[in-house]
Write a new protein. Sequence first.
Length: 173
Amino acid sequence: MVLNAPQYPGGLEMRVFVNHMTGDEDPRLDEVREIDGLNHYIGMKSLYDAAQLEQAISVPGIIVMAVALVVTAFFRRRWVWLLAVPALVFPVVFLGDLAFWLNYYGQNLDPYAPLSSAIGPFTPTILGEGIIGQFSTTAYVSPGWIMATVASVLVLGALLLRGFEHRRSRQER
């Protein structure tokens, strides 16, 4: 996500990963903290408090998904394809969870915040362009999400090929 405003000519960038958030790696400016400070004025909770459970379980969860895919590749049981379901839905679940937290934070503003009368509850844009007060935002998916989506499509393709192969071998018997 990139946040643009007159006082930030280069914009502020925030990248959301499965287990943390970061800015654009400019050592002179902690952009997530800067965005968090701006959000404070409209009554939004700290970004650092969002999705703590998801961040804590994300890396172990991805490892478990990878192991489950390996098991799926080597075993030919009827039910084994179910082990691939988490990897299939992971990109959609990630965006869905991000949308949940954006909505939750945007709709639950502190009514006593300094600028609470200027900005009412809103839902930040998850993809595309949006406007919040004097700020314009552009939100987009990163290469990591695109790779996860491609991996999900490849897993789906592999499962479909295995299903066709299984049907064909049963018909030949």
